[in-house]
Design a binder for this molecule. Structure first.
Ligand SMILES: C[S@@+](CC[C@H](N)C(=O)[O-])C[C@H]1O[C@@H](n2cnc3c(N)ncnc32)[C@H](O)[C@@H]1O
Length: 246
């Protein structure tokens, strides 16, 4: 996606210091419930070596750590990693998910919470999963928390305005080929300049995602429509649990 204001790719711009203001509704309370669900679904167990890819400010990593997992948070955004560090997380790493700086078979569980997958073209998205498989021990577990494509297509709001304590966010959304693209304009209340950026995420239908996972050595074992455990297709999320094949 071309972003006229910069040559940096969209994912290097969208997740800056203001990200948490724009997504203020995605808070620690929701993350704690999601992490608990993931911990049970992945059979984490105390001491599990757990990698949270796209950990952001560490919402889920903190909750997983509280449950006894040995969590490493990986992210590309220096600002969000600094926020995670300020919140007491110490096992944090800045890296690109397409090339994970870990030994083979290092992790029992790998999570991608809140749409942290689908940012690149198809080949690079595949590379992300290939890397996750390489870093997974045999029988290791993977969790992808993605939007439900069918729900998203049916309910997409082309335009909305969201007020939060920190400012006003104007969102414009469109389905473009197999991606959902969003133009965001955030106007802070503190008088600092407005911020404009784009997000662009490849949408995968369940069958296509299963095939993609199978191609890199993961087998889908369960899926849910929400973190409350409801059936797939009955919620706005597509939560996939997969297992690394030997
Ligand atoms: C939608 S946010 C979700 C953050 C976090 N999981 C949460 O729920 O609060 C996606 C995260 O992926 C990170 N990210 C974007 N591109 C990345 C890349 N190439 N490699 C690693 N992380 C990346 C962003 O910085 C951001 O923190």
């Amino acid at each position: 996606l071309s972003d006229p204001s910069t040559s940096r790719p969209w994912y290097a711009r969208a997740f800056g210091a203001r990200y948490r203001d724009v997504y203020a509704h995605r808070d620690d309370a929701s993350a704690r419930a999601e992490a608990r669900f993931a911990f049970d679904a992945l059979g984490g167990g105390a001491d599990a070596a757990w990698l949270d890819v796209g950990c952001g400010a560490g919402r889920h990593a903190i909750a997983l750590k509280e449950r006894g997992a040995r969590v490493v948070g990986l992210d590309y955004s220096p600002e969000l990693l600094a926020a995670a560090r300020a919140r007491g997380l110490d096992r944090l790493l800045r890296a690109d998910m397409r090339s994970l700086p870990f030994a083979d078979a290092a992790f029992d569980a790998i999570s991608f919470f809140f749409t942290s997958f689908g940012y690149f073209d198809d080949e690079e998205n595949r590379a992300v999963l290939r890397e996750a498989r390489r870093a997974s021990r045999p029988s290791g577990k993977l969790l992808l928390d993605l939007p439900d494509v069918f729900n998203l297509r049916a309910t997409l709001k082309p335009f909305d305005v969201v007020e939060s304590d920190a400012g006003t966010t104007t969102n414009r959304r469109a389905l473009v080929g197999r991606r959902v693209e969003k133009q965001v304009l955030f106007s802070p209340k503190d008088g600092s300049p407005p911020l404009a950026y784009v997000e662009s995420v490849r949408l995968y239908e369940p069958d296509e995602l299963d095939a993609l996972l199978a191609g890199v050595g993961f087998k889908t074992t369960r899926r849910f429509g929400s973190f409350d455990g409801r059936e797939p297709g009955r919620g706005d999320r597509h939560i996939v649990v997969a297992e690394a094949k030997r």
